[in-house]
Design a protein around this ligand. Sequence first.
Ligand code: P5A
Length: 430
Amino acid sequence: MKESPSDAQIVSHKLMLRAGLVRQTAAGIYAWLPIGFRVLKKIEQIVREEQDRAGAIEMLMPTLQSADLWRQSGRYDAYGPEMLRIKDRHDREMLYGPTNEEMITDLFKEGAKSYRDLPRTLYHIQWKFRDEVRPRFGVMRGREFLMKDAYSFDLDEAGARLSYYKQLLAYLRTFQRMGIRAVPMKAASGPIGGDLSHEFIVLAPTGESEVFYDAAFEEFDWAQASLTYDDAAGLEALFNQVSSTYSATDETHDEARWAEVALDRQRQGRGIEVGHIFYFGTKYSASMGLKVSGPDGSIVAPEMGSYGVGVSRLVGAIIEASHDDNGIIWPEAVAPWKVGLVTMRGDDAASVAAADDIYGRLTAAGVEVLYDDRDERGGVKLGSMDLIGLPWQLIIGPRGLAQGLVELKSRGSGEKQELSIESALERLTA
Ligand code: P5A
């Protein structure tokens, strides 16, 4: 889009519409156009890899659920108008799932019989529907949205806490890999239930939550590279470090504890919730009759937790955290392509031949390239590339090419370099 869309209030939504990432098809419901879809898949894949590393096992549950499941937990009435309720042709009550605690508990009941089936964490990446009163800010608060939701089952509280700590670590690494900082904050658990809960918040002035945190999170070791998932003591130490460093949303903010944080270390701002983890004990296992036999023959209801990442929300959140006046600046890990290839003169045969050759060679080397071969002026193509925000632009003009030179521009720093074709290719394939 040439014009800034008037119905978008925040920068990420404007940029997503202008760059053609998404189009709204109904209030709070979006189609993912090719560029946006590639970003969504990149984000999803990072989430998946970090869940797998943490020992969670992927599966896929349906979007439609039966109302009966939710009557068992007592949430069918409690969930209220946010739940989209549907009747099938036989008048059976169904719903479009806003979350899957009930369904996974029911499935686990079929499959798990004894303590030997525990601990287990299962996850899926699936569309959800919440009939939000005010869907807004594009994909950030949609009605239909993509979530990674994981569910843990343990024999006792100690085990459940360990499962929680593993997800905490997986989340720190997930967001770090996406090039953003999501600060874990003590959270209220709301309709999911439970007493131990953290939200992961990306700092951005347009965020919906007010947040307070200790500057220690600015120097925090997000990757925790030396920590492994089988190191229970290390995971507990990480959790203790996170819990003892002040961070809270407006809902959990505690003035007395805040006052203990040195004034020059107090940070306050707004943020976007990109993840939320919960430990809720036996809330669902007890109400839905999930029981396993323990090592001593006793019958126990497993201790559970659930762990959500807003996969589609992250597309908007990353843009909020990484853009400038000209458009999006994708962190390399989630960029739809690594390189944008542009000919300044599409009517110059030598430029087109060079660009075709470069495109072929980069692609063969496994580098993802978006080749703008539209019949447009060079300046227009450069504007589009800045808007789309790929990390690198490789620009080919007749004058440089006559000397065997092309221009390589970094979208983030704006730095431009004239290089031979060979060294530009070397840079991009390194
Ligand atoms: C945890 C996993 C849950 O639903 N049950 C399963 C728990 N948590 S949550 O906090 O309610 O949602 C998890 C994450 O989903 C994103 N999210 C949304 N994204 C876009 N539009 C929405 N309307 C929306 N609602 C929730 C958030 O990132 C949230 O952290």
